[in-house]
Write a protein that binds this ligand. Structure first.
Ligand SMILES: [Fe+2]
Length: 347
C-alpha cells in the first residue's frame, strides 16, 4: 500500500533493540502507517528483545491523543492514570492515558542525583547497579503489572544528559549461574510503591509504614516471568525503592534491608545491569522509545534540572501479562467509594 516507508535495523551500540524509521511525512500519515504495520511492529519488538526506538513521529508533541492511538498497537488496554496508583501531579490535564514526567511544574519530578564521578575511571558512563541507581520496571506494585511502556521525548536536555538506560533481563537470566537460577525459580518478589515507608532506608530509620487500603497493598510478582509472546523467561525485579523491605523483598527468604532476600535482590540487580546487557538511550526531541516491562529493566539518569527543561510523555499498555496472571482481577481497583490514592496524597 502507498504511504511513507518504514525501515527496521538494529540499534547502534546496543546488544539488543530495534530502530524503526518512518519516512518524513505529516503526522497523520505516519500514525496511519504505524497502525497499519502494527503486526510487523510488535513482531519486531519481540524479536529485538522488547526494545524499540521510533523516529519519524516528532509531530506527536502537539498531539498527545495520537500517542494513545499508537499505544494500542502494543496491547488492548492503554491505561488511564487516574485509575492507577499514580499521584495527581503526573496527570496530563487533557489526556488521562498520558503520564507527564517533567522537572517543570506542576509535575516537579526531579532527576536522580548526579553520580560522582559522572564517568568511571575508563571514561565510560556507569550503568551497573549499585553505581547506577533507580533500575525498575514501571508500576510493578500492581498485579498484573503493565506490559509495555511508551516514552515520548517532548523536550529533552542535551544529548549527554538525562539518558534512559534499558537492561535485557532475558539475556541476563540466560547468563545467570545455574545454581542461582535454580534458587530463584519459583520465588517471588514483593513490590511496593516507594512512598509507603517500605524502602530500605525507611525500614532502617524505623519509619512507620503507611496504613494501606486493600488495593494499595504490596504485590507479589515472580522473579522469573515467561513472556507470553516469545515464551522466553526473563528476570523480573526492581531496585530497592520499589520493593517491600519490611516483609520482603523476596518472599520466603529472610526479610529486611540486610536479610537474605535483600542480599539476593542486590546480587540479581548487579548481574542484570552488567554492561553487556545494557543500552543507553541518548534522547533527541521527538524520539519514541518503547520498552517491554515483562523482560526489561530501565533507569533514568541525571540531568541539570536547573538549566534544562525536560518533558516526557508516557503511556503504559496492559492486557497480556502472561499465564501466571490468567483470569486475575486487577489488584489496584478500589472498593466502592474509595479513591485509588486515598491516604497517599503526599506521594
Ligand atoms: Fe519508569
Amino acid at each position: 500500500m502507498a504511504g511513507p516507508s518504514l525501515t527496521f535495523r538494529p540499534l547502534d551500540a546496543s546488544p539488543f533493540g530495534v530502530l524503526v524509521e518512518i519516512e518524513p511525512c505529516d503526522l497523520s500519515a505516519a500514525v496511519a502507517r504505524f497502525l497499519e504495520a502494527s503486526d510487523e511492529i510488535t513482531h519486531a519488538l519481540n524479536e529485538a528483545g522488547g526494545l524499540m526506538v521510533v523516529r519519524g513521529l516528532s509531530g506527536l508533541r502537539n498531539a498527545p491523543r495520537e500517542l494513545v492511538k499508537i499505544s494500542k498497537c502494543f496491547g488492548p488496554d492503554v491505561e488511564n492514570y487516574r485509575e492507577t496508583l499514580t499521584a495527581e501531579r503526573f496527570f496530563h490535564e487533557e489526556v488521562p492515558e498520558v503520564l507527564v514526567l517533567s522537572n517543570m511544574p506542576p509535575c516537579n519530578h526531579p532527576p536522580p542525583p548526579r553520580p560522582e564521578p559522572l564517568l568511571d575511571e575508563e571514561g565510560r558512563f556507569p550503568v551497573q547497579f549499585p553505581q547506577r541507581a533507580n533500575w525498575h520496571t514501571d508500576q510493578s506494585y500492581r498485579r498484573p503489572p503493565p506490559d509495555v511502556t511508551l516514552l515520548f521525548g517532548v523536550a529533552v536536555p542535551p544529548h549527554d544528559q538525562g539518558q534512559t538506560l534499558f537492561a535485557d533481563c532475558t539475556a541476563a537470566l540466560q547468563a545467570l549461574e545455574p545454581e542461582v537460577r535454580a534458587q530463584i525459580e519459583g520465588l517471588s518478589g514483593l513490590h511496593a510503591p516507594s512512598w509507603i515507608g517500605r524502602r530500605p532506608q525507611d525500614v532502617r530509620a524505623g519509619v512507620a509504614p503507611k496504613p494501606l487500603l486493600a488495593h494499595q497493598l504490596p504485590q507479589s510478582q515472580p522473579l522469573v516471568r515467561v513472556h507470553p509472546a516469545t515464551g522466553k523467561p526473563a528476570l523480573y525485579i526492581c531496585e530497592e525503592a520499589q520493593m517491600d523491605h519490611l516483609e520482603g523483598p523476596i518472599e520466603g527468604l529472610e526479610p529486611g534491608p540486610d536479610g537474605q532476600g535483600a542480599v539476593l535482590l542486590r546480587r540479581l540487580l548487579a548481574h542484570a545491569t552488567r554492561r553487556e546487557f545494557v543500552y543507553v538511550h541518548s534522547w533527541r526531541e521527538g524520539d519514541l522509545v518503547i520498552g517491554d516491562n515483562r523482560c526489561l529493566l530501565h533507569a533514568a539518569t541525571w540531568f541539570d534540572a536547573d538549566r534544562y527543561p525536560r518533558l516526557m510523555w508516557r503511556t503504559t499498555v496492559s492486557g497480556h501479562p502472561g499465564a501466571e496472571y490468567a483470569g486475575e482481577a486487577k489488584s489496584w481497583v478500589p472498593e466502592e467509594g474509595a479513591a485509588p490514592m486515598q491516604g497517599m496524597e503526599d506521594a
